[in-house]
Write a protein that binds this ligand. Structure first.
Ligand SMILES: [Mg+2]
Length: 223
């Protein structure tokens, strides 16, 4: 029996949809608090994201409105982190989870504890999955590529790494830490890393374009 472990962001749903939903929540907050147009504030955030990346979006939009104070930046960030995300599972993620016995799969994800938890809630992953490991709960040192949470799964399931497969999208960190220990790895080719070319030790054993293909991959490993 294979134990299925999935990454969350850009594996089971599109992370950009979370960003969009968070920006909408912050735009709503700014509109309520400062009477700016929510649509305009959203557009400003989106173009700041496209031009400068995620790091300074709230600074940019607040500066634009002459509202860039530490308090407003902090407040925007907390609205972003605490909003109820409007996100949904990708169709193939939905299909793959339906094919697995309920409550059997795991998730291992990095990222802010509250944010990752609210994504899991919004996606309705419980009780379909058994457990979501948010690595930061165990200390930053145990975030990917650390094998820590994967070893925990191996202990819980009493299965060797060879019976555990991790499906993720980011070759920078998803596979390199666990491959040497014998965990099996599959890259789902989607999101910002789908065309990333890294050396062999970073790469998953197999790549798929659609999550349902993982069953064929695993079947081939066994024959
Ligand atoms: Mg990911």
């Amino acid at each position: 029996m294979t134990v299925f472990v999935f990454d969350l962001d850009d594996t089971l749903y599109e992370e950009i949809t979370f960003v969009r939903s968070g920006f909408r929540a912050v735009a709503g907050y700014l509109s309520q608090e400062f009477k700016v147009s929510a649509n305009e504030a959203f557009r400003k955030m989106w173009s700041a994201l496209e031009q400068k990346g995620r790091g300074s979006v709230f600074n940019e939009v607040l500066r634009d409105y002459g509202l860039e104070t530490q308090r407003n930046i902090r407040k925007s960030l907390s609205v972003y982190r605490q909003h109820i995300p409007q996100i949904k599972l990708l169709e193939d993620a939905e299909q793959v989870l339906q094919r697995l016995p309920e409550g059997s799969a795991y998730i291992v994800t990095d990222g802010n504890k509250l944010v990752q938890h609210s994504k899991v809630q919004a996606l309705g992953l419980y009780p379909r999955i058994k457990k979501c490991f948010i690595t930061y709960r165990y200390g930053r040192a145990h975030s990917k590529p650390s094998p820590y949470c994967f070893q925990k799964i191996s202990q819980i399931e009493k299965r060797p790494p060879a019976d555990i497969v991790y499906i993720g999208d980011n070759p920078n960190k998803d596979f390199i830490g666990i491959k040497p220990l014998g965990f099996r790895t599959i890259q789902i080719k989607r999101g910002p890393y789908s065309n990333l070319k890294l050396s062999e030790r970073y790469c998953a054993e197999a790549e798929v374009d659609h999550l349902l293909e993982i069953f064929d991959v695993i079947h081939q490993w066994k024959v």
